[in-house]
Ligand binder design. Sequence first.
Ligand SMILES: Nc1ncnc2c1ncn2[C@@H]1O[C@H](COP(=O)(O)OP(=O)(O)O)[C@@H](O)[C@H]1O
Ligand SMILES: [Mg+2]
Length: 283
Amino acid sequence: MKIPKRIQPLVDEGLVDEVIRPLMSGKEASVYIVRCGEDIRCAKVYKDADQRSFKQAVLYQEGRKVRSSRRARAMEKGSKFGRKQQEESWQNAEVDALFKLAKAGVRVPEPYGCYDGVLLMELVCDDEGMVAPRLGDVAMDADLAIDDHATMIHYIVLMLCEGLVHGDLSEFNVLVDDHGPVIIDLPQAVDAAANNNAKWMFERDVNNMRDYYGLYAPELLTTQYAAEIWSLYEAGELTPDVELSGEFAEDTHSADVDAVLEQIKAAFAEAEARKAGLADDDD
Ligand SMILES: Nc1ncnc2c1ncn2[C@@H]1O[C@H](COP(=O)(O)OP(=O)(O)O)[C@@H](O)[C@H]1O
Ligand SMILES: [Mg+2]
């Protein structure tokens, strides 16, 4: 097919030899199947900021580290250079997250780099070479739902051990190949320690997975992995091989109302006594 304008620089550089066909045009990006030498790969072309629907990008970017202070200042000022830096930091966030997660043992498409706003990565396929479907497009039996949910929870733990929360995890951002789930779409990945929105985003991610796999295995619907994992993370006790139960004991210690009342009464009596004492002194 005719080479899309945004991919042309990669062709000129010899990184891409042919654009085979468009695969999907999502809300944030257009994805193409490309050939690089012998290999069939996937090229994700990010839409410009004004065409993206991720209006709340600011929620996600809180706490993101910018490597150079000149860049950080430009981004704050919102100058043209600053906007360009902001775009690059958004685009690089995905390739950075992919490298980090692949290394940590999370199944993600293997990244090959991000050039001029185009991410080159592995095309996730089934064993017959067909592009892998999204989780939302596959049906499964209860046993498989339980297994894949457990795998997904393990990946989520590995991600959090790396300090990352996906931030947009749903059945549309997980592909399924013959070996199980593969996590995609990470430009908005959130820094778990530095972003104040990380906790609720984490809960939303985990609960999306629970609710989807729970359609096929309803016993998952009462699990509480989000609360369990986050509390271990906050306590500094989360490790890649942590054993989880899916249960979480909320702090259900009902307040001992009688004891509290006794304390109030005692404080009150003390105050009265002091007042009386002061009054005595005044006399
Ligand atoms: N590495 C990949 N292998 C196969 N299909 C992919 C890959 N990356 C993306 N896709 C397809 O392209 C779609 C859009 O990509 P995604 O990264 O989710 O971007 P968007 O932000 O536009 O949702 C995905 O839902 C999936 O169907
Ligand atoms: Mg997506």
